[in-house]
Design a binder for this molecule. Structure first.
Ligand code: NAD
Length: 360
């Protein structure tokens, strides 16, 4: 009863025309930011997360405290728990699902391939089954990834470009997710939007990502490993600031259209959409390190290594005209500004003073 009450209260909408959203992966990096933004504009938000230990779960717990301080309840549970999901949909008629829970990262697939299948394939299907059966059905917006472009060499990447050369199991599961969601769209009338995020960074970010681990090592005086492609070509990424991604997520939720089925039966065609959410200005990794050094006021010990060829791609670059035309997506934060905000957050979160000296 207590649990139900917390879920109901958290799902309450505080503005006219607002939506009630189940955010999966709510204590993850992107999920926590999206949840806060939805709540801020008065939407109902209920989170779901399994708090797995892919990276330091204390960071997820800290994000949960932040969400809870804004009245957002996060249910602790797994995407694969059909009973739990069904119970959530019994308690709340969610209008939207923002599906951000996944096994992220490309290199971890070498160690634990099954976790990608568990969360990105089985967990996704379980969630879709629940959404399909719900009455009314929610509209679904979910995170695919720029990694689906794989070894595609035509830049910038457009949504219609080939995605048949994944360079990692992670990318393969995201590509599979696009096919799976498309199937649920045309069989069951679920409105689906897939967002291909391009290397998202910012405060409360993911410790397994390069900009984050570089920052940690630079501050601790440890060397950083910088991958390079063949012939010493620098890798480049279309680094996208979290606030821009959040705006893209909200824009796609608002324009998602409606699901047309209920109780597993389709009553008409529902929209199926895929959008790139990037920054359209790739930066090389050594330049990223230059910017970090500048903001941290500490020199990095750079160790260049040839890219092992087991997951990373040489470069990414988004064409964002579809998202711009459809819901006015327009990234506004450049890497220099975004990293400044990240560094400020990092120093304060990990107890450094402004001169980057550890104080507690
Ligand atoms: P994250 O790891 O911080 O967040 C994912 C959250 O999902 C975590 O809190 C994790 O505990 C939770 N989770 C994982 N498996 C689960 C399961 N089976 N059941 C319940 N919860 C589960 O990652 P993020 O960077 O916030 O990424 C969010 C989404 O965006 C993911 O789908 C990711 O693949 C995608 N994406 C991220 C980036 C990026 O640069 N951050 C780029 C492309 C795509």
């Amino acid at each position: 009863i207590q649990w139900e009450k917390q879920v109901r209260t958290s799902a309450q909408i505080h503005r006219s025309g607002g939506i009630s959203v189940l955010v999966t992966g709510a204590t993850g990096f992107v999920g926590s930011h999206v949840s806060l933004a939805l709540r801020k504009r008065g939407d109902g938000v209920v989170g779901l997360d399994n708090f797995n230990n892919y990276y330091d779960p204390s960071l997820k717990r800290a994000r949960r405290s932040l969400l809870s301080s804004r009245g957002i309840f996060v249910v602790e549970g797994d995407l694969n728990d059909a009973k739990l999901l069904a119970k959530l949909f019994d308690v709340v008629a969610f209008t939207h699902v923002m599906h951000l829970a996944a096994q992220a990262g490309v290199r971890y697939a070498l160690e634990n391939p099954q976790s990608y299948v568990h969360s990105n394939i089985a967990g996704l299907v379980n969630l879709l089954e629940i959404c399909k059966a719900a009455n009314p059905q929610p509209a679904i917006v979910w995170a695919s990834s720029s990694s689906v472009y794989g070894l595609n060499e035509k830049v910038p990447f457009s949504e219609s470009d080939r995605t048949d050369q994944p360079a990692s199991l992670y990318a393969a599961t995201k590509k599979a997710g696009e096919e799976i969601t498309h199937t649920y769209n045309h069989i069951y009338g679920l409105a689906i939007t897939g967002l291909r995020f391009f290397t998202v960074y910012g405060p409360w970010g993911r410790p397994d990502m390069a900009y984050f681990s570089f920052t940690r090592n630079i501050l601790q005086g440890k060397p950083i490993t910088i991958y390079r492609g063949k012939n010493r070509v620098d890798l480049a990424r279309d680094f996208t600031y979290i606030d821009d991604i959040v705006k893209g997520c909200l824009g796609s939720l608002d324009s998602s259209g409606k699901s047309t089925g209920s109780g597993g039966k389709k009553r008409g065609a529902a929209p199926y959409r895929i959008f790139n959410l990037g920054n359209t200005s790739p930066v090389t990794v050594p330049i990223l390190v230059d910017i970090l050094e500048k903001h941290l006021k500490v020199k990095a010990k750079r160790n260049f290594v040839e890219m092992p060829g087991n997951g990373d791609v040489p470069f990414t670059h988004a064409n964002i005209s579809s998202a711009r035309n459809e819901f006015g997506y327009k990234p506004t934060t450049d890497l220099e500004t975004g990293l400044k905000k990240f560094v400020r957050w990092y120093l304060s979160y990990y107890g450094y003073n402004t001169k980057a000296k550890l104080v507690h």
